[in-house]
Write a protein that binds this ligand. Structure first.
Ligand code: GLN
Length: 197
């Protein structure tokens, strides 16, 4: 199992650490050719405008779209979720692959960064530590999107659509590896279906 982490900007090292703790081969991705042979791709948190612009510059926007269209799993955290969303209501380069619309920096100044326990049934029992840093909100989701977790006010903060997974929060900044394990299970499933290309 080999997972790539988009390493243009942001918290990519932390994802690589989490994957290595799970004994998975984890590599940094900066160029389209490095997507080859990967069983999954993580798009980290950071600054979505910077990551998006660099992705366009290096030809990764199209390459990642093609990669996901092959059925390969892609997981976006925070800025990564913004990039995967189809609609943001403002101009910045997106991958626009998932049927969710989001709002950037949606928790306002008071709640710029916060931690809260999340109930995530797909991960089993036990609260998941949700670390939110200038996080986006999921505003609406299309029919094929499964919501995996919500805040107590009903705001969705984790979702899956087929081979795509997004979280508004940062599991890679915690010691809880369940979300990474969940993504690896998606990658395992996809490997059986589409193989390692
Ligand atoms: N606020 C950032 C953005 O809009 C996302 C923050 C994060 O990834 N932690 O791109």
């Amino acid at each position: 199992m080999k997972i790539g982490v988009l390493a243009l900007q942001g918290a990519f090292r932390e994802h690589i650490e989490s994957l290595r703790k799970l004994s998975v081969e984890a590599v940094e991705v900066r160029l389209p050719g490095q997507l080859e042979g990967l069983d999954g791709l993580i798009i980290p948190g950071g600054e979505s405008t910077a990551i998006g612009k660099l992705a366009v510059k290096y030809g990764l926007q199209e390459a990642i779209r093609r990669y996901a269209e092959m059925g390969k799993p892609v997981y976006g955290t925070c800025a990564g979720m913004i990039l995967l969303s189809r609609d943001l209501g403002s101009e910045q380069p997106l991958l626009s692959m998932m049927d969710v619309s989001v709002e950037r920096n949606a928790f306002g100044r008071q709640l710029d960064s916060f931690e809260t326990d999340l109930d995530i049934p797909a991960l089993g029992e036990g609260a998941f530590p949700g670390v939110f840093i200038r996080a986006p909100k999921i505003e609406s989701v299309g029919e094929g999107v499964e919501i995996l977790s919500k805040l107590s006010d009903g705001t969705p903060v984790a979702a899956r659509q087929g081979n795509m997974l997004v979280t508004a929060f940062h599991p890679e900044l915690t010691d809880d590896l369940r979300f990474h394990r969940y993504f690896l299970a998606m990658a395992e499933g996809a490997r059986r279906v589409v193989g390692s290309r």
